[in-house]
Design a protein around this ligand. Structure first.
Ligand code: NOJ
Length: 512
């Protein structure tokens, strides 16, 4: 009999990772662009504002925020990048960004989800892309960042309905056709795993589906089936988009297409076999869920065993379409967690609900639990994660599309926790590259203090503070912006020890 195990996840607070001291490093030690790019990112609903301007229609994130779920905050105005993109691109130039990751708001481009294109939306993204290109900044574009057009959610249930595959493909076709001459990197779906866990399991993200006991604040949903279904449709939609891009555009446009996942590095809590197996199971449920179909055309065996008929199946044709349908994988990495096998919880949980989804819920809970507080810094976790992709999945091209430190909003501009975090993880990335990782870029999250996914305006990840009390939404560089600039622009300059860097930055911040 197969033993269904359950595990608990604990935040790894302190494994003695050394994050400061020793030699520094310089941009020059990484491959030069375009082989490797350093950038920063945002997403449409989190930064653009102008939510009801120039023909944009609501997305599921607008609806979620306006239902009061995010401390009463919403992205109606956010950082108003829609009107201030030129100013922001100049800040990017000043910071030395080589690339900018942003997303296209589907409901700004095609307000009803399908049908007529909104010319003002088209104009905005053309303007933004042109501004980036003319300033030497490479655009990396995400096509869906938690913001499905509400019209499609209302019409047929959005990602729960297979009809989404056709509509998503038609939408991305508009993007490839209109922007693909200048955009070389396309990501179909941001954090495809967290989107379905938060949106259909725990219910703490749009479209807020869940069922008890996994999530308790939903009016609809089924946490034991819907996450699997939504993920299946995301995989099919991604594959359809990738096939379209490869068949119709790639030869002419010479770009690349991938998908984005959230990733913890996971460490067994003890050296018992049970905890090791539980950790592998957690990786399979979090990463293998998407990467196994993309690499091998099917879900991991452990998922099939645990989820049974609730896990949809691929036809041979679909399996072949999904398999290999990516040029790169985008990973968002923030923290390392501990996993402990917990059979006693299984017995209890099995009586009440499905163990495998409970596993997912606990992983998702970590995100909620850590919201608002600073993340522990464990750079070796990023190295280990990249090593895992190297060894288990054959070292595919990877972009670290998000990595950054959370601090309370309106805390000091001298954001040392962020500086230390970035210093630690960029250093770890260099070590990973030296060990043969096929990583092609690093994007700090986030360029500005944006409307945060879990926290609204309570916390921020930005290199630049945005004063939301100022009608002009003034942007001010934090110490981390100076640090990143110093790192990116000191091409050819020899390494700095952290202590020296600290002195330089303090001097800089005091003369600002
Ligand atoms: C996850 C999401 O991609 C992004 O929208 C969010 O703001 C950050 N990571 C931080 O939570």
């Amino acid at each position: 009999m197969v033993r269904l195990c359950f595990f608990s996840v604990f935040l790894l607070i302190n494994l003695g990772a050394v994050i400061v001291g020793g030699d520094g490093f310089s941009r020059d030690e990484f491959p030069p662009p375009p082989g490797f790019v350093f950038g920063s990112g945002t997403s449409a609903y989190q930064v653009e504002g102008a939510a009801d301007k120039d023909g944009r229609a609501p997305s599921i994130w607008d609806t979620f925020a306006h239902s009061g779920k995010m401390h009463g905050d919403n992205g109606d105005i956010a950082c108003d990048e829609y009107h201030r993109y030129k100013e922001d691109v100049q800040l990017m130039v000043d910071t030395g960004l080589e690339a900018y990751r942003f997303s296209i708001s589907w409901s700004r481009l095609i307000p009803n989800g399908r049908g007529p294109v909104n010319l003002k939306g088209l104009q905005y993204y053309n303007n933004l892309i042109n501004e980036l290109i003319s300033n030497g900044i490479q655009p990396h574009v995400t096509l869906h960042h938690s913001d499905l057009p509400q019209a499609l959610e209302d019409e047929y249930g959005g990602w729960l309905n297979r009809k989404i595959v056709k509509d998503f493909t038609a939408y991305v076709d508009v993007c490839f056709r209109n922007f693909g001459d200048r955009v070389s990197h396309w990501t179909t779906v941001n954090e495809a795993n967290v989107f379905v866990l938060g949106g259909y399991d725990g219910g703490y993200l749009p479209p807020q589906h869940c069922s008890s006991p996994f999530g308790v604040n939903c009016t609809r949903g089924n946490s034991t089936t819907e996450p699997y279904l939504a993920a299946h449709h995301i995989l099919l939609a991604h594959a359809s988009a990738a096939i379209l891009y490869k068949e119709k555009y790639q030869d002419k446009q010479h770009g690349f297409i991938g998908i984005n996942l959230f990733a913890y590095w996971i460490v067994p809590l003890t050296n018992t076999t049970e905890d090791a197996i539980a950790s592998q199971r957690a990786m399979d449920f979090m990463i293998g869920w998407y990467v196994d179909p993309l690499m091998y055309g099917d879900y991991p065996d452990v998922m099939k065993r645990n989820a049974g008929t609730r896990l949809p199946t691929f036809t041979n044709l679909e399996s072949n379409q999904v398999k290999g349908s990516f040029d790169f994988l985008g990973l968002n990495y923030y923290v390392t967690v501990h996993v402990k096998d917990d059979p006693s919880k299984l017995e209890m949980e099995v009586r009440n609900f499905d163990a495998d989804m409970a596993v997912d819920l606990r992983l998702a809970d970590i995100q909620k639990d850590t919201s608002g507080s600073e993340f522990p810094i464990t750079p070796w976790g990023l190295q280990a994660l990249l090593e895992y992709f190297k060894q288990v999945y054959g070292n595919p091209p990877i972009y670290i599309y998000e990595n950054g430190q959370q601090t309370p909003r309106n805390s000091s501009l001298e954001d040392w926790p962020r500086v230390k975090y970035l210093h630690g993880y960029i250093g770890a990335l260099l070590d990973a590259l030296r060990n043969g990782s096929n990583t092609r870029g690093y994007f700090q999250w986030s360029f500005l203090d944006v409307f945060e996914m879990l926290d609204g305006y309570e916390s921020g990840f930005g290199l630049y503070h945005v004063d939301f009390n100022d009608p002009d939404l003034k942007r001010q560089p934090k110490l981390s912006a100076h640090w990143y600039k110093h790192f990116l622009k000191s091409k050819g300059v020899s390494s700095h020890g952290f202590i020296q860097l600290e002195k330089n930055l303090s001097a800089l911040s005091h003369t600002r």
